[in-house]
Ligand binder design. Structure first.
Ligand code: IMP
Ligand code: MG
Length: 177
């Protein structure tokens, strides 16, 4: 297991998930929504929130690759939808694991706007505001965190660490070789 220190406990995560679901249930009562979950990191978060939603809800996935393998953004982004989705006139909520520089989300939002949704909202589990390169403000945020590389609850370092039940700071000894 990667060396790490707990930052956000399982309890804190589940409490925040319930609060976010409550907010969405209030704001989108009687509206059919399309969740777009950014693979792979947001899967735990998006599906945990989704099972507490009470309105009619669709689930779609998009795969984005912006990080080559390590902990620094490469700046280039590629998009792959799990299926051809028609978002024309839909109420879309994009679920992302973490907002860091903003490069990935910015690219994704530009692409999704071209599909003419009626509304396009962004829900991120984690926000690292200190690292922002593109000015972006998500509609819903789980937690703001300091500029540290984190793993757990879906977030990975080189594809490992996703299965932790909590969010943890990765020990720098894991990537400073
Ligand atoms: P951005 O394009 O710099 O905003 O990067 C966003 C993406 O980078 C996220 O979807 C994550 O996959 C990845 N990322 C950024 N920071 C972290 C982190 O601390 N832990 C794990 N993945 C991260
Ligand atoms: Mg990701």
């Amino acid at each position: 297991m990667l060396k790490h220190t707990m930052l956000i406990s399982e309890d804190q995560l589940q409490r925040r998930v319930a609060e976010l679901a409550e907010t969405l249930n209030r704001e989108f009562a009687n509206t059919t929504i399309d969740i777009i979950c950014v693979l792979t990191g947001a899967v735990f978060f998006a599906t945990d929130v989704m099972r507490m939603l009470t309105m009619p809800t669709r689930l779609n996935f998009v795969k984005v690759s912006s990080y080559d393998s390590g902990s620094e953004s490469s700046g280039t982004v590629n998009l792959h939808f799990s299926s051809a989705i028609d978002l024309q006139g839909r109420t879309v909520i994009l679920f992302e694991d973490i907002l860091d520089t903003g490069i990935t989300l910015d690219y994704l939002l530009k692409h999704l706007r071209e599909k003419n949704p009626q509304a396009l909202k962004v829900c991120v589990l984690l926000d690292k505001p200190e690292r922002r390169k593109i000015d972006l403000q998500p509609d819903y945020i789980g937690f703001q965190i300091p500029d540290e590389f984190v793993i757990g609850y879906g977030l990975d370092y080189q594809e490992l660490g996703r299965n932790l039940k909590y969010i943890a700071v990765l020990d720098p000894s894991e990537y400073r070789h």
